[in-house]
Write a protein that binds this ligand. Structure first.
Ligand code: ZN
Ligand code: ZN
Length: 553
């Protein structure tokens, strides 16, 4: 249909992370966010997970650009990978662009894009797209909801948001504007953040954390305080710095991204810490502990982060111990609990006191909870609804909530990664699907496939057995070996008998093969693999990876 609008979901619908959607109008494409995901525990050795960009690469010439809703890594972190393949402009608030710029610059790809700042409330055209940027409150400042004015009516995308009535910067989610759009034009379709769709009630205001921090700083007067939070959570950083200054402390930053973001946000006037209250981290040791606050990265227990190194006693710039208080001002993102626990344990072992979100309200969420989601639904009154940004359970609960709020059940779509939906006069329907699997990154390129991960899992859980044997090319007779090398199956020095028996089985299997006249490598390898596999399974009930190496002489 000529005037129809298509939405292609490349990530974020079925997982928390790698948010990436594409809006299509008049044959042109506008990307909405381009994020990464941090690997789950079973993704061994994987550093990052990206959306599959196959479809975007194939349609590169139709791409007008990428609009960023806010500066979190799960919305901007994959740009430095996509820009290697496709060159396009990036639109976002000045802060969002400043945060997104880091990785792009590190990858040496700044010349592949143009960073175009957009302002709160601005309405502008990008190609055929007529969009309006609506302020929302979130755990990073200057986020947007986006209204797309299309021939099929207004499509509103919430971005990551909460309804904080007393945000630190006073910049509230502009519900009034959303209501005005709904009254004036009607909102044909709403796509909304589902992260907290299972959480009853209303998220606490970010300001509540400020009060808790001030109390904690007062309660620990005389002690050195280290506070860890996300380096992008500038309002949290502001409140930590305010609490520090109110208790007569100077502030030092620790961790590269913390130093970078604090400098950026101060320059932009978003973060207010006077020069005289800042001190270099290397000067901290010489100061009275009760006059110091260190704001650090590593609130997710990331193994190489400033906080994790501190907990391991390996941070060269700051050693913590008896008399120090560490405040972890964050919740562990699912998958990071293990790392965070390890850090907390390490800090206690060093003699430090630890205050985390399980002990005090040192963190509030940046995502709307059920009452807030209901408020947005009631203000926007959308004809169609698609829950976005969440695991399938979150999407499911958000879909049900929309129906409870009066959206017709036929008009609520549970879309997933890879789905293409079309909005037309007829309504909304699924029309296509595109590749949207996980793209694993280990090192700097996205080239770790499912096969590699499967191998890593077998190696990690079962170990490996390598069988090396040399055979006569004509007769198939064994000339040297078999030699059996194993890692992670049995500890070789203590399993001589077992290995001797395995060697015997390999010899027998090769003799059998020779009798059958088989001399080609593939057949011999198969015999070796089967013989060893059966033996290992019989004797040890395990399934290690078996690598037969058959050489001919
Ligand atoms: Zn976010
Ligand atoms: Zn997000």
């Amino acid at each position: 249909m000529a005037d129809s609008i298509r939405l292609t979901f490349l990530g974020g619908l079925g997982e928390i992370g790698r948010n990436c959607a594409c809006v299509e109008q008049d044959g042109r494409l506008l990307l909405l966010d381009c994020g990464l995901m941090f690997p789950e525990v079973d993704m061994l050795g994987v550093d990052l997970v990206l959306p599959d960009f196959t479809w975007l690469r194939e349609n590169a010439e139709r791409l007008e650009g990428c609009l960023l809703t806010h500066g979190h890594e799960d919305h901007v972190g994959a740009l430095s990978f996509l820009l290697r393949d496709i060159s396009f402009p990036i639109y976002g608030s000045p802060l969002t662009l400043g945060l997104a710029r880091n990785r792009i610059e590190e990858a040496g790809l700044l010349d592949r894009t143009r960073l175009v700042p957009v302002e709160d409330g601005e309405r502008r055209n990008i190609g055929p797209f007529d969009i309006e940027l609506i302020p929302v409150t979130h755990s990073v400042p200057h986020g947007f909801a986006t209204a797309f004015y299309t021939p099929q009516g207004v499509i509103l995308h919430s971005g990551d948001f909460k309804l904080d009535l007393t945000p630190v910067d006073g910049r509230t989610t502009d519900l009034a504007r959303i209501g005005a759009i709904a009254d004036e034009h009607g909102i044909r379709m709403l796509l909304s953040d589902s992260t907290n769709a299972e959480e009853a009630g209303h998220a606490a205001s970010e300001r509540a954390v400020g009060r808790v921090l001030r109390d904690l700083f007062a309660a620990h007067a005389g002690k050195r305080i280290v506070a860890a939070c996300f380096a992008s959570h500038l309002h949290r950083i502001q409140q930590i710095a305010d609490a520090a200054r109110a208790s007569g402390r100077v502030v030092a930053t620790l961790g590269r991204s913390m130093a970078k973001n604090v400098a950026l946000a101060r320059e932009m006037g978003i973060l207010h810490i006077p020069e005289e209250s800042l001190v270099d981290i290397d000067k901290v040791d010489g100061l009275d502990p009760g006059r110091v606050c260190v704001i650090s990265t590593g609130s997710q227990g990331e193994p190489m982060s400033a906080l994790a190194l501190m907990a391991a006693g390996e941070n060269k710039r700051l050693r913590v111990g008896e008399g120090d208080v560490v405040i972890i001002s964050a919740h562990a993102i699912p998958g990071n609990e293990y790392d965070v626990n390890k850090v907390i344990d390490g800090l206690y072992r060093l003699g430090a006191e630890v205050v985390h979100s399980g002990l005090a309200d040192v963190h509030v969420t940046g995502h709307a909870m059920r009452e807030e989601l209901k408020t947005l639904l009631s203000v926007a009154k959308p004809e169609f609804f698609i829950p976005v940004h969440g695991e399938f359970r979150h999407l499911t609960h958000h879909a049900r909530l929309a129906m409870e709020m009066g959206v017709a059940s036929d008009n609520v779509l549970l879309a997933e990664d890879g789905d293409v939906v079309e909005l037309s006069e007829k309504g909304v329907e699924f029309v296509d699907s595109v590749p949207a699997g996980f793209l694993y990154v280990d090192g700097i390129v996205g080239d770790v496939g499912h096969g590699v991960l499967r191998d890593r899992k077998v190696l990690a859980e079962e170990g490996v057995i390598v069988v090396v044997v040399t055979v006569d090319a004509q007769s198939g007779e064994v000339l040297t070996g078999p030699e059996i090398i194993t890692r992670g199956w049995v500890y070789a020095p203590e399993a001589e008998d077992l290995l001797a028996e395995a060697r015997q089985r390999v010899l027998e299997s090769l003799e059998e093969a020779a009798e059958e006249g088989a001399t080609d490598f593939e057949t011999l390898k198969r015999h070796v693999r089967q013989a060893v596999g059966r033996f290992v399974s019989e004797r040890t009930k395990r399934r290690p990876m078996i690598v037969p190496v058959v050489m001919e002489a």
